[in-house]
Write a protein that binds this ligand. Structure first.
Ligand code: SAM
Length: 267
């Protein structure tokens, strides 16, 4: 079975990197069933208008609710029918086998700077779902009533990539899809590489080195050349603690941060 992904955007080309590399391969292997929809296909005026000025005044434009509701209705209808027909934007073979064929509605992800922070934990939760839909906002965002409307029909999660402002949701979707897809069985060849990673267990990753053993007058730490696996594991764990205390103290209990930093100073 595969994970079905629907993305609604006014810039379908923005999602074309999902053809590349491991995600592209996962799609060709039928592990991911991606459908990209142009929001403007759900407008009915000559100019294919998706935005209008904000009630109450203020800068910028707001995305109109009507096209969003129609687009999401289309996604739900197409996906719950199995997704094998549709708008020629998916992979027929993967679609026929889509796990979403059994699910009635997707979980709707709306990227936004005011959302819950997207984390590895959330990536794991999303990787367990059969069907995800993403709504890419632009301008000053989407009319608030769309969130209410969608919430009456499907689970909705507003997720933020971080505390900064992007121009649109597309880059956030690229990041979230990549983080989720690499957790699916079969997407990453070496499953062990998933376990030993930053954020998988709440610590940052240890530093890594490859050949040559000396480069630019800089040596690889001795312990890594010695072949003593227990010593290597201990060194890596210390490095992870040290990095986390220095760069991301927010990830550690405050007492652990001071202990790690005091240990360092003693050396
Ligand atoms: N006026 C909005 C606010 O302050 O919350 C910002 C809108 S932003 C210019 C346009 C779109 O970019 C948003 O609707 C959202 O889809 C996306 N976006 C911007 N920053 C983001 C972030 N940190 N995480 C996820 N999506 C973001």
């Amino acid at each position: 079975s595969s994970l079905r992904l629907d993305v609604v955007t006014i810039f379908p080309e923005y999602l074309s990197p999902l053809d590349l590399s491991l995600i592209g391969k996962a799609r060709r292997d039928g592990l991911l069933d991606l459908h990209v929809h142009d929001l403007r296909d759900f407008t009915h005026d000559r100019h294919r208008t998706v935005d209008d000025s904000p009630y109450g005044g203020g800068a910028g434009m707001v995305m109109k609710p009507g096209p969003w509701a129609e687009a999401l209705e289309h996604v739900v209808a197409q996906g719950s029918a199995g997704g094998a027909e549709g708008d020629g934007d998916g992979d027929g073979a993967a679609a026929a086998d889509s796990a979403a064929a059994g699910a009635r509605v997707p979980t709707l992800i709306v990227p936004g700077p005011g959302g819950e922070p997207f984390t590895q934990q959330i990536a794991r939760e999303l990787a367990d779902e059969a069907w995800l839909a993403f709504a890419c906002g632009r301008y000053e965002g989407i009319d608030e009533r769309v969130y209410e409307w969608a919430g009456e029909r499907m689970p909705v999660r507003v997720l933020s990539l971080g505390d900064y402002v992007l121009n649109g949701g597309e880059v956030a979707v690229l990041a979230m899809v990549e983080a989720v897809a690499r957790l699916l069985p079969g997407v990453i060849g070496n499953a062990e590489s998933l376990v030993e990673e930053s954020h998988e267990d709440g610590l940052l990753e240890y530093p890594v080195y490859t050949k040559p053993a000396e480069w630019d007058g800089r040596a690889v730490p001795d312990v890594l050349l010695g072949g003593n696996h227990r010593a290597i594991a201990e060194w890596r764990h210390e490095q992870r603690l040290q990095r986390t205390a220095e760069r991301r103290p927010d990830l550690l209990p405050p007492t652990a941060v001071s202990t790690v930093l005091a240990d360092l100073e003693e050396r």
